[in-house]
Design a protein around this ligand. Structure first.
Ligand code: GDG
Length: 490
């Protein structure tokens, strides 16, 4: 393990997220090994952290243990300790059993427990303290995601010299849903400690501003919110206020990196091998998701099953590969979901598979990125049927990998990606008949139309890659970028 390369309090750029972008492993001789880990946020920030001299503050993924700051793959990492009880209450409890379902339009019922809220506050405090300790005077601190919404305010109170950004990777719900949260005012107050609050979609930023108006009555003009700086939320004696920006910054991927992988001959060979191993079906359909109830995996399976039952698709011709990577396995809603999905997969295969053709090739695994790209290349049709999704990077990765300008993306309009990827076949996954028609259309789409749509999708993903995303967020945060005029209040 390499030691950190700078003393505390000297980092001018600090990223704060729940999880550090590494996984812990122990070598046979007991030595500590850190491996760079996959995931949406890491995928997004890894290139930026490498090229800048910053530090990343977060939990290293091992409970009940202290680690010194260290360097991994060129990134300085500052571990924050979480105990088993913190993981249960702050992470599995408040973050993933309260905020996650609430922010995804209550697809699953959120639980509201005062004890887990206490833990959320305490752990947010710990992250804020750790970030404040490593940040240089006047540093830029970029806080990520729903687990850490109180950190911007805590940082502002302890370190008013800092420039503070926050990015919400998941949706921000409409007020009628958000209003359920017993701590709805405290969360808004926490977020409003930031200078810039970033969201995936225009609608998310609008929902947030509306919640601020309804609960605090602060004036908003387009993306600008005037937050009074006086005591107790009142305007200061002279009515002074801070200007907070709440705006959409749609996240993206390292598009060129995905294309480079896709162009590798060994990965192309692997893509051919995958098709061959599946019996060379005429059409290979693919789903790649964390096993999460927001991803609409059950809706996808239902639509596919009905198409097989109706005889509109045949198991001889079409195979669905479904990667469901293990996620939040100790949260009971996720355990129930896994049972539900695996029951549906088993039933469908029992009803329709033959000895030589399996209808759904289901994998409850995590794969290396190379293998994911080989699957993207092998798939004629990519199914993204999320019921609600902040962005959905899988949709963008599929497009970036298809340098051959082929393949059809079926994309839920409830994924943030649908705001940009309009040349996908957009679906409402709740509408099973509509989804079935979209799947058949994708399977039968003529090559010229596939190419036309894919070319336009690829342009979008290439134009707004992750570097452009982070640059535009940081410009808004530190560059005093002009505030876009004319975005109306909702
Ligand atoms: C959250 C928001 C938002 C998945 N399985 C494997 C694997 N993955 C990778 C994918 C992709 C990432 O994980 C998943 O990102 P998504 O965007 O699809 O979804 P969430 O995990 O829910 O991410 C989401 C995102 O944050 C970023 O802001 O877009 O809306 O919910 O990169 O490829 N990667 C590997 N093996 C797997 O088995 N290597």
């Amino acid at each position: 393990v390499e030691p950190a390369d700078a003393p505390a309090g000297t980092y001018t750029f600090v990223v704060v997220s729940n999880r550090l972008p590494v996984d812990y492993e122990e070598a046979e001789d007991g030595a500590v090994i850190w491996r760079t880990s996959p995931g949406g946020l890491v995928t997004a920030l890894e290139p930026l952290m490498r090229s800048s001299h910053g530090a990343w503050v977060g939990w290293p993924g091992v409970a009940d243990r202290d680690f010194e700051p260290f360097k991994n793959d060129g990134i300085s990492l500052v571990p924050v300790r979480l105990n088993k009880a913190d993981i249960e209450d702050y992470y599995e409890g408040f973050s993933n059993d309260t905020l996650w379902p609430l922010y995804h339009d209550v697809i699953a019922p959120p639980s509201y427990h005062r004890e887990t809220w206490e833990a959320y506050m305490a752990v947010n405090r710990r992250f804020a303290t750790a970030a404040a300790a490593v940040a240089a005077p006047g540093a830029t601190v970029w806080v990520h995601d729903y687990q850490l919404q109180l950190v911007p305010r805590m940082l502002r109170e302890s370190r008013p010299d800092l420039v503070i950004g926050f990015f919400n990777h998941i949706p921000f719900p409409p007020y009628g849903i958000y209003a359920q949260l017993p701590w709805r005012k405290q969360i808004l107050h926490g977020l409003l400690g930031a200078d810039v609050i970033g969201f995936q979609r225009i609608a998310d930023a609008g929902n947030f501003s509306q919640a601020v108006r309804r609960l605090y009555g602060y004036p908003t003009r387009g993306v600008v919110i005037d937050v009074p700086t006086g005591e107790n939320g009142q305007n200061g004696q002279n009515g002074e206020s801070r200007r907070v920006i709440a705006k959409h910054f749609p996240i993206s991927i390292d598009s060129a990196g995905y294309e480079d992988l896709a162009r590798r001959p060994d990965i192309q060979a692997r893509a051919r091998q995958i098709r061959e191993d599946l019996g060379n079906p005429k059409t290979l359909m693919l789903g790649v998701d964390r096993l999460d109830y927001t991803k609409g995996i059950g809706h996808r399976i239902k639509a596919f099953g009905e198409l097989l039952a109706d005889g509109r698709l045949s198991v001889e011709d079409v195979t669905l590969v479904q990667v469901a990577s293990p996620s939040r396995e100790r949260v009971s809603t996720y355990m129930a979901l896994r049972d539900e999905i695996e029951l549906a997969v088993g039933r469908l295969n029992g009803d329709f598979s033959t000895i030589s053709h399996t209808a759904i090739s289901y994998h409850h695994h995590s794969y290396p990125r190379e293998e994911m790209v080989a699957m993207y290349l092998a798939a004629d049709v990519m199914l993204v049927t999320a019921l609600r999704d902040g962005m959905n990077l899988v949709a963008k990765e599929y497009v970036a990998a298809r340098f051959d300008v082929d393949g059809v993306l079926v994309l839920s309009e409830f994924a943030g990606a649908a705001d940009e990827l309009k040349q996908a076949i957009l679906i409402n996954p709740h509408d099973i008949d509509g989804t079935k028609d979209a799947i058949v259309r994708a399977v039968e789409m003529p090559k010229r139309e596939r190419a036309r749509r894919m070319r336009s999708l690829r342009r979008k993903v290439a134009e707004n890659d992750v570097a452009a995303w982070s640059a535009s967020f940081l410009r808004a945060l530190t560059g005093g970028a002009a505030v876009p005029a004319g975005i109306p209040d909702d």
